[in-house]
Design a protein around this ligand. Structure first.
Ligand code: PLP
Length: 385
């Protein structure tokens, strides 16, 4: 991404066009309620240390946001510095050095480095037929992986999935939970994009009581379901009480919790009735991207069920030669070609452990989608066998 950034900078300085489908960030104006709550926190002097687990009112509000008032309380919640720290707290709490952490086969870019920070070992659960399941993992795939790694401590799944744009149904998630519970492995669900669902989907219900609930940890936050909130750096975990207590102890020695004004802003965000307009806008952009990419040669595009990512299988372009004489050998090459020659910024699948794919983020203006996709079409059509 740093190489891509430098090239983007260079192209802009030369007055060349850039169509940026790179960074996964929501756009648009911050909700006035969020902005005002943050400003009020400063003017009212709410800048002293807070509880290491996060503000009590916010922890309670998070339980309401998820609809878990029946079975959970604030004692199941830790407010963190973004979902990233929620992931770190979870991994560091569950894994000792040498332990194994199982991952969905297209892991978000920081999962593996986070596992390495605690000297644990990541292992990908690979589906039997990735092309057929489009990288979704079944209970059978997980059972098979656990038979190879019986000492695994957790299985981390991201749904809606960054980068594939896929979504696990309730039945699929429950079957994975069942396998985890029977093996006494924690089921960690990164649900950070859980509001960004299309085609009338609703987010699955997972058990919140009984034995299964003792093995489920939810990772969530403010960064993806609201406009322009990534920099507020607010995330949270919802987990069994004993795990939550351990995470609070850990957090009291690392960050002491997120900044208080940001927590006040998060509280206002969750207290304001959720407005679906960003999701409606994204659904329109998804349709536009679909239309504009209908006849791209050498590329197979996964349907985006949720999130704002389009995932492209570009293995069909491997072995083909660009007009500049370069033979494309991996998705990094494809990404570089699109960027250097056409100004189209994408993220190569190598960042998600899957060479052969590209990720494109489509929360950008419609004109950039239209022109950028036509440039991509041109780029793939110009390849020679
Ligand atoms: N998990 C996933 C799947 C993400 O896409 C991201 C950010 O892009 C994160 C976690 C980290 O989120 P945050 O910015 O809230 O720390």
């Amino acid at each position: 991404t740093l190489v891509a950034k430098a090239i983007v900078h260079q192209r802009k300085a030369q007055g060349l066009e850039v169509y940026d489908f790179g960074l996964g960030e929501t756009k648009g104006d911050l909700l006035p309620e969020i902005r005002e709550a943050a400003c009020r926190a400063y003017t009212e002097g709410n800048t002293k240390y807070g509880p290491p687990a996060g503000m009590c009112e916010l922890r309670e509000e998070i339980i309401r946001w998820l609809g878990y008032e029946e079975d959970f309380t604030k004692d199941n919640v830790v407010v963190t510095v973004g979902a990233k720290q929620a992931l770190f707290n979870t991994i560091a709490t569950l894994c000792s050095p040498g332990d194994i952490a199982l991952l969905h086969p297209t892991p978000w870019v920081s999962y593996i480095p986070l596992i390495h920070t605690v000297s644990a070992r990541p292992e990908l659960v690979i589906p039997k037929d990735p092309d057929a399941s489009r990288w979704k993992v079944s209970a059978e795939d997980l059972e098979h992986c656990l038979s190879l790694h019986p000492q695994a401590k957790l299985f981390l799944v991201n749904s809606p999935c960054n980068p594939t744009g896929q979504f696990y149904t309730e039945a699929e998630l429950l079957s994975l939970v069942e396998v985890c519970v029977s093996h006494k492995v924690f089921f960690v669900l990164d649900r950070l994009y859980w509001k960004v669902l299309f085609d009338g989907k609703t987010f699955p219900n997972l058990p919140t009581s009984g034995e299964a609930a003792k093995w489920i940890i939810h990772i969530d936050g403010l960064s993806k379901n609201f406009r322009s909130t990534g920099g507020l750096r607010i995330g949270w975990t919802v987990a069994p009480e004993d795990i939550t207590e351990a995470m609070i102890r850990l957090q009291s020695h690392t960050t002491s919790g997120p900044s208080m004004p940001a927590q006040h802003a998060a509280l206002a965000a969750l207290q304001t009735p959720y407005n679906n307009e960003m999701i409606v806008e994204l659904e329109t952009k998804r349709a536009l991207l679909q239309r504009e990419t209908q006849d791209i040669t050498h590329v197979h595009i996964y349907p985006t069920e949720a999130s704002y990512y389009s995932f492209w299988d570009v293995r069909g372009a491997f072995g083909k030669t660009t007009p500049q004489g370069k033979t494309l050998e991996n998705s990094f090459d494809v990404s570089q070609y699109l960027l250097h020659e056409y100004g189209v910024v994408t993220v190569p699948g190598e960042a998600f452990e899957q060479n052969g794919f590209l990720r494109l983020m489509f929360h950008i203006d419609n004109e950039t989608i239209r022109v950028g996709m036509n440039k991509a079409k041109e780029a793939f059509a110009a390849l020679q066998v």
